[in-house]
Design a protein around this ligand. Structure first.
Ligand code: FNR
Length: 372
């Protein structure tokens, strides 16, 4: 079947994967209100396209933390990718590198930092969950540094695991032929079957619920890598993140898998961008499935976006080729959106190119100054 948009991969993945695995990838927390909302909210933002601008050349390139990239679309950390495809994180790493973008490797990957590094060149970030055992965390961060990862994305929305009911019903566990490779040999590489979601039990046993702002400082004492805080949803926390030394902020609700009834990330983005006052870059993930979504996020002030589920679904459908295709489709759709909005570079994308439902009090740009 010819794939014409990113969302089509989900149906293929659903057909191909065992139910326990598909449900783990697809689910949100509890009522899954935020899961729907992450998508729906994009449809409350409409374009104000500008016309008669020469768009014969469009430049999608950007830099993230100083690294040059082909486009502002990156790969979010998603755990256990070998459940989707035997090549798992290797395939994702290669696809990201071929597309000239960044892959973020999950702490709970089924390939280790060293294995992913061995797939070849590429700019990669390492997502960190802070285990109770701080020596283990420090070791892992050192390994990521040695494997040439360029930043740490510290996940700050998961002191406990959100209640994902499908995982509870399915008694989710990691298939026995797989391990959380970063923890292999440390007796923490397995997610066993329990009377609950096995992952929820793992998190309850291993993850440090006491994690707080002082630990963001602590992390800076053990690494020189820039630290992105992943999971910020409010202006208050954006300010604290900057004061704590974060090099960037990822507006994320964990793909709606943690606290249900938080706003869609695209709704929370603007307050965080305003609070950040341009001091650090602000990124967004959650529900990005179209090039138009990418444009809307940038118009609201994001420096780039990350995608989660499209990667695991396309991986399940078609391995590395699937992930490459997802990145290509989003690239092409985003480029087309820019052209049709009259933007030739990311710098030309402005707040005036969109209007949101919550803009009714907002003044339209002043007339009559013709701004070409
Ligand atoms: C995730 N996410 C995630 N986040 C994180 O910090 N560490 C992790 O290991 C994982 N694992 C993970 C697995 C799966 C299957 C999903 C769907 C998500 C959250 C992820 O990084 C990102 O925030 C969301 O996936 C973004 O939303 P979309 O693009 O999936 O809608």
């Amino acid at each position: 079947m010819e794939i014409t948009n990113v969302m089509e991969y989900e149906a293929i993945a659903k057909q191909k994967l065992p139910k326990m695995i598909y449900d783990y990838y697809a689910s949100g927390a509890e009522d899954q209100w935020t899961l729907q909302e992450n998508r729906n909210a994009f449809s409350r933002i409409l374009f104000r396209p500008r016309i008669l601008i020469d768009v014969s050349k469009i430049d999608l390139t950007t830099t993230v933390l100083g690294f040059k990239m082909s486009m502002p679309i990156m790969i979010a950390p998603t755990a256990m990718q070998k459940m989707a495809h035997p090549d798992g994180e290797y395939a994702t790493a290669r696809a990201a590198s071929a597309a000239g973008t960044i892959m973020t490797l999950s702490s709970w990957a089924t390939s280790s930092v060293e294995e992913v590094a061995s797939t070849g060149p590429g700019i990669r970030f390492f997502q960190l969950y802070v285990h109770k055992d701080r020596n283990l965390v420090a070791q892992l961060v050192r390994r990521a540094e040695r494997a040439d990862f360029k930043a740490i994305a510290l996940t700050v929305d998961t002191p406990r695991l959100g209640r994902r009911e499908a995982d509870i019903k399915n008694r989710f566990s990691l298939p026995p032929f797989l391990t959380l490779k970063n923890f292999e040999g440390l007796d923490l590489g397995k997610i066993d079957k329990t009377n609950d979601s096995g992952l929820a039990s793992y998190v309850a046993g291993q993850i440090d619920r006491s994690l707080s702002w002082k630990d963001v400082k602590w992390l800076q004492t053990i690494t020189k890598l820039p630290i992105l805080l992943k999971g910020v949803l409010t202006a208050e926390d954006a300010r604290l993140a900057i004061e704590a030394g974060a090099a960037g902020i990822i507006v994320s609700n964990h793909g709606a898998r943690q606290l249900d009834y938080v706003p869609a990330t695209i709704m929370a983005l603007e307050e965080v961008v305003k609070a950040a006052q341009g001091q650090v870059p602000v990124f967004l993930d959650g529900g990005v499935r179209r090039g138009t979504d990418v444009f809307k996020a940038l118009a609201l002030g994001a420096s780039g976006v990350f995608i989660g589920r499209p990667v695991v679904f396309s991986l399940a459908a078609d391995g590395e080729a699937g992930v490459r295709k997802v990145l290509q489709i989003l690239h092409d759709e985003f480029e087309l959106t820019m052209a049709l909005c009259g933007c030739r570079s990311l710098k030309e994308i402005t707040r005036d190119h969109i209007v949101t439902e919550w803009d009714h009090c907002r003044r339209l740009p002043p007339l009559p100054s013709a701004r070409l």
